[in-house]
Design a protein around this ligand. Structure first.
Ligand code: TXA
Ligand code: MG
Length: 318
């Protein structure tokens, strides 16, 4: 990504325009987080339900803690995992300039410092928070390449910064650190284990997985809609042998089958599988098969986030 293209992208953002940019997780569809009109056009471009709040991306933890109120858990996790694939939910700071539409009217905001070099340069140039959901039409597979963004949203945005394929693949882990106990709202690129260990080492606690699903008194991440990440084909999980009209995506010893013979990771590595996930779903969907099968992926490490995305892609469509 040239200095020139980054400068042009920052200018477009200043003017209220929309710029898709790479992060280490997926491509984001960025707009000025403090400009409600720009944020409204993000929702419009994605066709996204307006109640679903957006993550604001900033260049450093100090910028994040000027926008949201720091807590001990937030500080600890920020020190350990920023820049990187982790989003913290914090109480809005007094006079926080982020548009209320960005947080869908909630008094808590989502903040992330991405690690991708190009994203960091863009955020530094722009100098303020950039609201960005994944750059895909609402409910569809997340984009891990500039070409996916163009295919899904090309007509609706001002510019796509092409930084090549994303390295990490699944989106950031969303952790609510606004209260006394941290809660994982969405599994993602930083594993539950790593977060739990980091907090425990500081005498802080994480709500156990068994309790953190949506519930009566629990914080809910509005983005966790059941049917999400959906390809055009039907998706079937835990498939061990190819079936009729199917493109089978393998994992480990279960080989891919069909036209493309895809395998998330022949060695059964969870990071490699995460990095390949959206790419392979896009490719399998592109074959026109009626069903995409995916071999079983164990739940350990990034497997939790991978299976979360696959379950949503497989959920009945509303
Ligand atoms: O890796 C990522 O997180 C990518 C890249 C572009 O940064 N972004 C992304 O954004 O996945 P999006 O909009 O697709 O998902 C944001 C998630 C949703 O589940 C949303 O509900 C949750 O973050 N979220 C955002 N603001 C929130 C808030 N104030 N309270 C609770 N959850 C929030
Ligand atoms: Mg998304």
């Amino acid at each position: 990504m040239s200095d020139e293209s980054i400068a042009r992208a920052a200018d477009l953002l200043r003017g209220g325009g929309l710029v898709a940019f790479p992060t280490e997780t997926v491509y984001g569809l960025g707009g000025d987080a403090c400009n409600a009109a720009a944020v409204a056009s993000i929702f419009a471009a994605k066709g996204r339900p307006a109640f679903n709040p957006l993550i604001s991306h900033v260049a450093s933890a100090s910028e994040a803690f000027a926008l949201g109120i720091e807590t001990p858990a937030a500080r600890r996790l920020a020190d350990a995992f920023w820049p990187g694939p982790m989003t913290l939910i914090l109480q809005r700071a007094p006079n926080c300039p982020i548009a209320s539409l960005t947080s869908a009217g909630l008094d808590r905001i989502a903040l992330r410092v991405p690690a991708h070099e190009g994203a960091r340069r863009l955020l530094q140039q722009f100098g303020g928070p950039v609201a960005a959901p994944s750059a895909n039409p609402s409910g569809r597979i997340s984009p891990s390449r500039a070409a996916h963004v163009m295919a899904g949203l090309g007509g609706a945005i001002d510019m796509v910064l092409d930084g090549g394929p994303c390295s990490s693949g699944v989106e950031s882990t969303v952790v609510d650190t606004s209260g006394t106990q941290a809660v994982i709202l969405r599994p993602g690129g930083v594993t539950r284990d790593a977060i739990a260990r980091c907090l425990a080492a500081g005498g802080l606690s994480l709500m156990p997985a068994t309790q953190d699903g949506p519930g009566k008194d629990r914080p809910v991440s509005p983005g966790q809609l059941e049917s999400h990440y959906a390809p055009h084909a039907r998706l079937k999980m835990n498939v061990t042998a190819i079936e009729d009209d199917m493109e089978l995506i393998g994992f480990g010893p279960i080989a891919g089958a069909g036209r493309l013979q895809l395998n998330l990771s022949e060695s059964g590595n969870d990071s490699q599988a995460a990095a390949n996930l959206f790419d392979m779903l896009h490719a399998a969907d592109g074959t026109g098969a009626g069903v995409i099968g995916v071999a079983p992926v164990p739940d350990n490490g990034l497997g939790e986030a991978i299976n979360d995305r696959l379950r949503r892609a497989a959920a009945p469509r509303g």
